[in-house]
Ligand binder design. Structure first.
Ligand SMILES: NC(=O)c1ccc[n+]([C@@H]2O[C@H](COP(=O)([O-])OP(=O)(O)OC[C@H]3O[C@@H](n4cnc5c(N)ncnc54)[C@H](O)[C@@H]3O)[C@@H](O)[C@H]2O)c1
Length: 458
């Protein structure tokens, strides 16, 4: 019989890796195994060159690795050994068939469930860590219960709320941990086991237990609402540019209302990341499926507004650079979808590069952590692209700098030195509103922030 305290996580990605590393770090009496079919990834987790960049993660992994944290590609043996199995495989948007472009592609999830049934030799608690459509747990329960071995599987939902870039901090001190179960006595017992695991370091009042459907839906709604705030403030940034209003002043004044709060009110070039768009589209699909077209349209608008903001940004570049950027070198500062991560999935920088390529601009990209991912994302793009190892190389003979990511280091560069290397007139389009615009203007740049009046010499 496997030990009650052997936990397996299937999927060693942005969620599985950090989540399980923190659990292992906090719960010395549990053995934590992380399994993935991607051998290269598993090998990297066992070195100091982790497959993902997250501040503080290497220290956590090093403390636990080899003690109670183990990595393997042998998923089958790990399934046999564990009594609790978290599933954290990817659930991308479906690109084919019914629901294409909106619904979640659950093939990886279903394969994993079938594999668990095949390999298991004892009862298991299976925990959905991946973000899944409402009622997936029910389907999973049916697949798992179809076994002929007389084994019992309890399916729970425990969605992950970490944000990339602050994953370790979010996991060590979460706003809440959500655990949903089936409401049966066995389900309640299973919930209690997962509560006990988290209670090793999370205060009990922050551990919320619900029914399984509420838990699945809460994750989709949390992401939809976060993205909605970004789209809302971005829509107002467009309005500010037509008037004398200033988006930073508006955000501050609005956010000081304690009912609204100040977080997630920075105008930007748009949201990215693997989750927001996919989860909203999944919500839209579910609303359509349950015949709620008005609700579906309401949420779809959040994604459409994001695309509008990305296009609007490139239009602004084009119009202000004399309606032509053909053969002009444009330096992109940042390619990751946000600061402190190398993740570029759905990054606005990808779509913006495509739009710049359509105008036949020369693109120079610098990012402290995401250059390799940028190369992968733009591999098929017919464009003149220079991947640079420093911001100073990126701006060599460039006409403009576009701030794509809010990396802190971008604030501290020697912009006088950068200006000297550029063609004149030199432009800065601050897609994150993080630079000192007055200072740049005084150096000689033409500065275009978001949702604020430009500072121009031409
Ligand atoms: N990235 C985030 O910030 C975040 C936050 C919260 C929730 N989520 C959700 O968590 C889930 C995982 O996201 P991620 O960003 O970690 O994805 P990811 O692509 O980084 O990792 C998924 C991993 O699963 C592995 N995998 C796929 N099929 C497998 C199988 N059959 N057996 C073993 N391994 C398999 C892949 O090789 C990959 O390493 C998604 O549902 C996502 O929506 C992500």
């Amino acid at each position: 019989m496997p030990s009650e305290k052997t936990v397996l996580c299937i999927g060693a990605g942005y969620v599985g890796g950090p989540t399980m590393a923190v659990i292992a770090d906090k719960c010395h009496d549990y053995k934590i195994i992380i399994a993935d079919i991607n051998e290269e990834k598993i090998n990297s987790w066992q070195t100091d060159e982790l497959p993902i960049y997250e501040p503080g993660l290497l220290e956590v992994v090093k403390r636990a690795r080899g003690r109670n944290l183990f990595f393997t590609t042998d998923v089958n043996s790990a399934i046999k050994e564990a009594s609790i199995i978290f599933v954290s495989v990817n659930t991308p948007t479906k690109t084919f068939g019914t629901g294409a472009g909106k619904a979640s592609n659950l093939q990886f999830w279903e394969k994993t469930a079938r594999n668990i049934v095949e390999q298991a030799e004892s009862d298991k608690i299976v925990v959905e860590k991946s973000t899944l459509p409402v009622r997936t747990a029910e389907a999973m329960h049916r697949i798992l219960s179809s076994n002929q071995k007389g084994l019992k599987f309890e399916v729970l939902s425990n969605p992950e709320f970490l944000a990339e870039g602050t994953a370790v901090k979010d996991l060590q001190d979460p706003d809440r941990v959500l655990i949903g179960g089936m409401g049966t006595p066995e389900g309640e017992k299973a919930i209690q086991k997962i509560v006990d695991l988290y209670a090793s370091w999370v205060p009990r009042e922050k551990i919320v237990t619900t029914n399984v459907w509420s838990s699945e839906l809460s994750k989709l709604v949390a992401n939809a609402m976060l993205a909605q705030r970004i789209s809302s403030i971005n829509s107002i940034s467009a309005f500010c540019e037509k008037t004398d209003a200033n988006i930073k002043e508006v955000s501050k004044a609005v956010g000081m209302d304690s009912r609204i709060g100040s977080k997630f009110l920075n105008a930007s070039v748009g949201f990215g990341g693997s989750c927001f768009k996919k989860d909203i589209l999944n919500l839209v699909y579910l609303c359509e499926y349950y015949n709620l077209p008005e609700v579906a349209k309401y949420w779809e608008q959040v994604v459409l507004m994001n695309e509008f903001q990305e296009r609007r940004f490139v239009q602004k570049v084009l119009v202000n650079m004399f309606n032509s950027i053909t053969e002009k070198r444009i330096a992109l500062f940042g390619f990751a979808f946000k600061a402190d991560t190398g993740d570029t999935r759905e990054s606005p920088a990808i779509y913006i590069s495509e739009l710049l390529a359509e105008e036949k601009a020369e693109i120079a990209i610098y990012d402290p952590k995401a250059i390799e991912n940028a190369k992968f994302d733009l591999a098929g793009l017919d464009a003149d692209i220079d991947y640079c190892s420093s911001p100073y190389t990126a701006v060599e003979n460039a006409h403009a700098i576009l701030i794509m990511t809010e990396w802190n280091e971008f604030r501290d560069y020697d912009y006088k030195k950068l200006f000297e290397k550029m063609k004149k007139p030199a432009f800065v389009f601050d897609g994150r509103n993080i630079l000192d615009h007055k200072k740049l203007y005084n150096i000689g740049f033409n500065v275009y922030p978001l949702g604020m009046a430009p500072l121009t010499h031409v």
